[in-house]
Design a protein around this ligand. Structure first.
Ligand SMILES: Nc1ncnc2c1ncn2[C@@H]1O[C@H](COP(=O)(O)OP(=O)(O)OP(=O)(O)O)[C@@H](O)[C@H]1O
Ligand SMILES: [Mg+2]
Length: 270
């Protein structure tokens, strides 16, 4: 019975995953970018997606974001089969993706960036509503933005990341995907973004965090999913795994028994 308890502890309570992908494969010509990838994300959970350059992280994100179609495999969202055919269908499903370049408009202020392309009230832009909603959103995220009426160009890297994450929440997603959100940030700004990720988890969102920074991963992720050469190479609970074990799974150093075991246990769970 000890084994059963161990397995139960692998995942948060009895909840169903909000996102479940199975056997996702994707090739670009002769390049097999992804082969039979499985991934689960539960509500209120931060899953770090890690792997060396070329492991397939961005390709997986782009499939979920509707940028590329998968060649094969299934996606289940909120318990129902889902087809993601475009960025719009990904958003409508409830997946918000913050790409590394953030795609903010530097010359526009924070409010305008938050509502870009989704101004409420069809044509008539309700500035007062947008400004209030912007403040409310940033307050919920405990974001440190001096004013919502300053141009995004004058914000720091961490503040820009905050605006991009806040913008992703406007559509009320269930899953937020962050691609290297701390890559260009200093120590204090990184801490702010990690706090922000914890706010997202508190709101019950599932977060997929792509990062090369193991300190960030260990600080904020509940589970770590390792990709190597386009394949799953282990799933770990962050609390149970050492830095060395994650690195071994990323680099494929030997037949690491810890990574193989953890990966097997998690797959049985699914
Ligand atoms: N549009 C594309 N056309 C052809 N090959 C691609 C394309 N996008 C990705 N690839 C290939 O697919 C593989 C996985 O790339 P991907 O960008 O997903 O890796 P990654 O894990 O995000 O790496 P990094 O950490 O460097 O961002 C690589 O071999 C890459 O060259
Ligand atoms: Mg990438």
């Amino acid at each position: 019975m000890a084994a059963a308890t161990d397995l139960e502890e692998q995942q948060p309570a009895t909840r169903e995953p909000v996102l479940s992908i199975r056997n996702i494969s994707k090739g670009f010509g002769a390049v097999r970018a992804l082969t039979d990838i499985d991934l689960d994300v539960y509500p209120g959970e931060v899953v770090a997606l890690v792997g060396d350059n070329g492991a397939g992280k961005s390709t997986l994100v782009k499939i979920l974001a509707g940028v590329h179609p998968a060649d094969s495999g299934t996606i289940t969202f909120n318990g129902a089969p889902a087809t993601i055919t475009s960025p719009t269908s990904s958003r409508e499903l409830g997946i918000a993706t913050v790409f590394q370049d953030l795609a903010l408009c530097d010359n526009l202020d924070v409010v305008s960036n938050l509502f870009l392309g989704r101004e409420p009230g069809r044509g008539t832009i309700d500035e007062e509503y947008m400004e209030q909603h912007a403040w409310e959103l940033l307050r919920q995220l405990s974001a440190k933005i001096p004013s919502v009426r300053i141009a995004v160009a004058s914000l720091s890297g961490g503040q820009r990341q905050t605006v991009a994450i806040a913008r992703s929440l406007i559509g009320e997603p269930r899953i937020v995907i962050l691609d290297e959100p701390t890559a260009a940030l200093g120590v204090a700004q990184t801490a702010e973004v990690l706090n922000l990720i914890e706010r997202l988890r508190e709101r019950g969102l599932g977060v997929i965090l792509i990062s090369h920074n193991m300190a960030d991963v260990q600080a904020v992720a509940d589970r770590v999913v390792v990709l190597r050469l386009g394949r799953n190479n282990g799933v770990f609970r962050t609390a149970d795994v050492s830095y060395e074990d994650i690195v071994a799974a990323i680099t494929g150093a030997t037949d690491n028994p810890v990574s193989t075991r953890a990966g097997r246990a998690d797959e049985k769970d699914a």
